[in-house]
Design a protein around this ligand. Structure first.
Ligand code: FPP
Length: 249
């Protein structure tokens, strides 16, 4: 009871201090450190992914609360297939389960969810859930969540160029706008803030085209520990940055 009251109080004070100015429109996250979190507790790696799914719930809720319009999460890369078979199949199962269990709450909170990447290569059951979740939430506008699955930034650019090659007449000029329209993220503004957990200073083939001018924020916090206050801290750090987009400040 007392701890419940204390947590409500803590939440309120943080929100009161939170400036509503200069909130990023689009936050992208490289969720890292699930394995280390589990190892540190003597648990199997999958335990880290399980708790990581809780952090995903928390991030979605917090973005909706802060008025962030787009949240993009790196859930499974084109390179993650190289992990042990058991871990890959656990992750696929976890994602399938997450989609089913979250739809009511996503609908209730007016959240649209999309899954971007080479979705056609994923297990059929997961593809069906994805189609269902996307269609059930397609009219929601409060927050757009993109879960990147079987995703690679290079693969995305290759797919975009192939689409252009297959569709356009030879006279069309290839420019940045045209490539942007053929990426999986067409219609979604570029990320303003890119967060990476677990203290790794790498981009790991994530949104290579779209992060051209994103502000980078790296935290030591491991993804399973990443909760509301960590996201608020990242946004507050972003609010202090002066963005120049290549021009003079
Ligand atoms: C990186 O940690 C994490 C992943 C590759 C998987 C991310 C998946 C989740 C958070 C699970 C649920 C996702 C959704 C969208 C419900 P790592 O395993 O590379 O950690 P390590 O570097 O410490 O080994």
């Amino acid at each position: 009871m007392l701890s419940g009251l204390l947590s409500i109080f803590k939440k309120k004070t943080t929100l009161a201090q939170f400036s509503r100015e200069n909130i990023p429109i689009h936050v992208a996250i490289i969720m890292d450190g699930n394995g280390r979190w589990a190892k540190g507790r003597g648990l199997p790696r999958i335990a880290g992914h399980k708790v990581g799914a809780e952090s995903v719930r928390s991030a979605v809720k917090t973005c909706a609360e802060l008025g962030i319009k787009y949240l993009t999460l790196y859930a499974f890369s084109t390179e993650n297939w190289k992990r042990p078979k058991e871990e890959v199949s656990f992750l696929m199962g976890l994602l399938t389960e997450y989609i089913s269990s979250e739809i009511p709450e996503l609908r209730q909170n007016k959240v649209r969810i999309r899954f971007l990447g080479r979705i056609q290569e994923l297990p059929i059951e997961l593809q069906e859930k994805i189609r269902f979740a996307e269609s059930e939430t397609k009219n929601n506008t409060r927050l757009n969540v993109q879960v990147m699955l079987n995703y690679g930034g290079r693969a995305e650019i290759v797919d975009a160029l192939n689409a252009i090659n297959n569709e356009q007449s030879p006279n069309d000029t290839i420019n940045e706008e045209l490539i942007g329209k053929k990426l999986y993220t067409a219609g979604i503004p570029d990320p303003d803030l890119l967060i990476r957990t677990a203290n790794e200073m790498r981009v790991s083939n994530f949104l290579l085209w779209q992060i051209a001018y994103a502000e980078f924020y790296v935290t030591k916090t491991l993804w399973p520990d990443f909760r509301r206050e960590h996201l608020v801290n990242a946004v507050q750090e972003y609010q202090k940055r002066k963005r120049k987009f290549g021009a003079l400040g």
